[in-house]
Design a protein around this ligand. Sequence first.
Ligand SMILES: NC(=O)c1ccc[n+]([C@@H]2O[C@H](COP(=O)([O-])OP(=O)(O)OC[C@H]3O[C@@H](n4cnc5c(N)ncnc54)[C@H](OP(=O)(O)O)[C@@H]3O)[C@@H](O)[C@H]2O)c1
Length: 289
Amino acid sequence: MYNLIDGKKIASEIKLEIAAEVEKRLSAGKKVPHLAAILIGNEGSSETYVNNKVKDCAEVGFKSTLIRLNRDISETELLERIAGLNSDTDIDGFIVQLPLPEHISENRIIEAIDPEKDADGFHPVNIGRMVIGLDGYLPATPFGIVELLRRYKIETAGRNCVIIGRSNIVGRPLSILLSQKGMDATVTVVHSKTRNIENFTREADIIVAALGSPGFLKADMVKVGAVVIDVGTTRVQASGTKNGWKLVGDVDFYDVAPRCSWITPVPGGVGPMTRVALLRNTLMAAGKK
Ligand SMILES: NC(=O)c1ccc[n+]([C@@H]2O[C@H](COP(=O)([O-])OP(=O)(O)OC[C@H]3O[C@@H](n4cnc5c(N)ncnc54)[C@H](OP(=O)(O)O)[C@@H]3O)[C@@H](O)[C@H]2O)c1
């Protein structure tokens, strides 16, 4: 019988810890942490993500500012808004919600963010610090996954870990964190050009599915007793739901779960932990002042 990794519960616990830190700051006469978010356009899932982030801020006692910009904003104008946030001393951290419209370079925008205010942990300086094991702002989803493994005391040392997906925001940074001293996993990253992915996943003690293909991981790709972390969140049409859609993970949950020792659900697994990581980075930024 499998055990469920409850990301929602752990995220709530971490939020209480962060709220207690905010209280301590206030008692010491310090200001509350302030997170700003830039949202460009009104695409459904980005809108939901940003609204949730603003809600999280309120829950832990942070100040938040939501900056809505038109989809046709030029890259130069966006860079000017970023420069404004970089120099605003009241703002501790900020994010630019991705993806961006096609006429704007994601890399140029990420590089324009002051690394000290990089709440998403995407800036090359923070990625570099992570690679060599220095303290810094960690990318939200990899941090959330590592924190879930730690809090559930799931052993990673010496374990074979296979990550499906090599994106800059999930697969690649996670592979670095899990192979670092302290986590000590042996990590294999597979991707769309990997041949016979099942040959790798069948050998894995821990599988992280982060490819964005609903129900990709099936039971016959998983060894008995494996730990399975599902990062995927694809919106698929679903009649009878409030919004007409539901979130589906990259793991065929009901097929795979019976073979697992531990497994995350979607929703309620990695997603809430990603949101909490943003709060953690903002608190850290405020603490540096
Ligand atoms: N829960 C959360 O908080 C959270 C956070 C971030 C992302 N997500 C979700 O996680 C998923 C992945 O996100 P992402 O931003 O990392 O996606 P991405 O940038 O599209 O990267 C997907 C990765 O998966 C690989 N891939 C795609 N199809 C594959 C296949 N059939 N077999 C093997 N590898 C395949 C790609 O390989 P190539 O490099 O060869 O193209 C790529 O490396 C999405 O569903 C996203 O919505 C969830």
